[in-house]
Design a protein around this ligand. Structure first.
Ligand code: FAD
Length: 303
């Protein structure tokens, strides 16, 4: 038995699933299987996984809610970590100016919005309606034209094979945070001010209404497929090349929003990736603009 297999066999029930299909764990509802999906129930297990992966050269990947991830049809080798939201402690400290909210990386983004509202704070309205975990939101610097996640983060707790520690927020830009390679975000500390909670709620209601009108929220997707190229909107470029509604197998460029791919039912990873390649080709040929995927690829792909 290999060292990794031996270690996996000693984990608590529920902490590991072998050959686990990842489609149900990803919002596009397509994708291959993880060799081992590990859900560490303690800090010790997480650190042991990181150390073991490093010492044995085993590939290690991290999955949040899978709301921005396409998993390869050939699956994910090694360990795929998915942090339960209860492994790391949540904390709220309030003062006259506002509050500091410490959230576990496995907690949902919605939890941050709930805590903000509960404590009369404002400033994270733009994250209302964004599916995913705090770890995913930090890594992706999730947001909208109204704001971005990392602008509210004052500190991050990171885990590596050497241990756990709080660090100042790294550099970030549109949909990207410069995290050191191989680290796992375990908690994020957000500073939010006090403010007009009625205006905050109204902004979130307006935003959610806009999402319902303009985004195919009832169909499996991973949100925007491509980042907006400087000076352009990816959706507008894809509409221009008349790809709205274009379908390959079970995957379709949404009829509602051209920068979204939806799973009509039974879409394969190949259907989705072929549609992405076609979209890039058409836009490149028609406009010279290179569309860069916002969606992260995880694991091995046949295509
Ligand atoms: C309906 C819909 C609407 C969306 N709307 C928006 C929007 O308005 N704005 C926006 O920005 N995005 C949007 N998205 C995309 C998605 O919600 C965000 O990117 C979100 O932050 C992804 O979080 P996740 O936990 O699902 O990340 P995942 O997809 O699971 O992972 C994304 C990346 O983060 C890494 N990662 C995850 N957790 C950790 C961790 N703890 N430590 C280190 N790395 C980690 C993964 O390895 C991967 O590289 C939307 C998606 C959908 C399906």
């Amino acid at each position: 038995m290999s060292t990794i297999a031996h270690w996996l066999s000693g984990l608590a029930p529920g902490e590991v699933r072998l050959n686990e299909p990842l489609a149900p764990w990803c919002s596009i509802r397509a994708g291959g299987s993880a060799d081992a999906l590990v859900r560490p129930q303690s800090v010790e297990t997480l650190l042991a996984a990181l150390k073991l992966a490093k010492d044995t050269g085993t590939p290690l990947s991290i999955l949040g809610l899978g709301a921005n991830t396409i998993v390869g049809d050939l699956g994910v080798r090694g360990l795929t970590l998915k942090l339960p939201n209860s492994t790391f402690k949540e904390d709220v400290t309030l003062d006259d100016e506002g509050g500091v909210l410490v959230l576990s990386a496995g907690a949902s983004i919605a939890r941050l919005v709930t805590l903000m509202k509960q404590h009369g704070l404002v400033g994270a309205e733009f994250l209302a309606g964004v599916p995913g975990t705090i770890g995913g939101a930090v890594t992706m610097n999730a947001g909208t034209k109204n704001g971005e996640c990392m602008s509210r983060v004052v500190s991050l707790e990171l885990a590596t094979a050497d241990g756990l520690g709080w660090v100042a927020p790294p550099q970030y830009r549109y949909r990207h945070t410069e995290l050191p390679a191989g680290v796992v975000v375990t908690r994020a500390k957000f500073r939010l001010p006090r403010g007009d909670v009625a205006a905050s709620q109204a902004a979130m209601d307006a935003d959610l209404g806009y999402r319902k009108r303009t985004q195919p929220l009832s169909q499996p997707s991973f949100g925007s497929v491509f980042t907006n190229p400087p000076g352009h909107h990816a959706g507008a470029l894809l509409e221009k090349v008349e790809l709205k509604g274009h379908t390959i197998g079970g995957a379709q460029i949404s009829t509602l929003h051209a920068n979204w791919i939806v799973n009509l039912g039974g879409a394969s990873v190949r259907d989705v990736t072929q549609l992405m390649v076609l979209a890039q080709q058409r836009v490149r040929e028609a406009t010279g603009v290179e569309l860069v995927p916002e969606v992260k690829r995880l694991g091995e792909f046949a295509l």
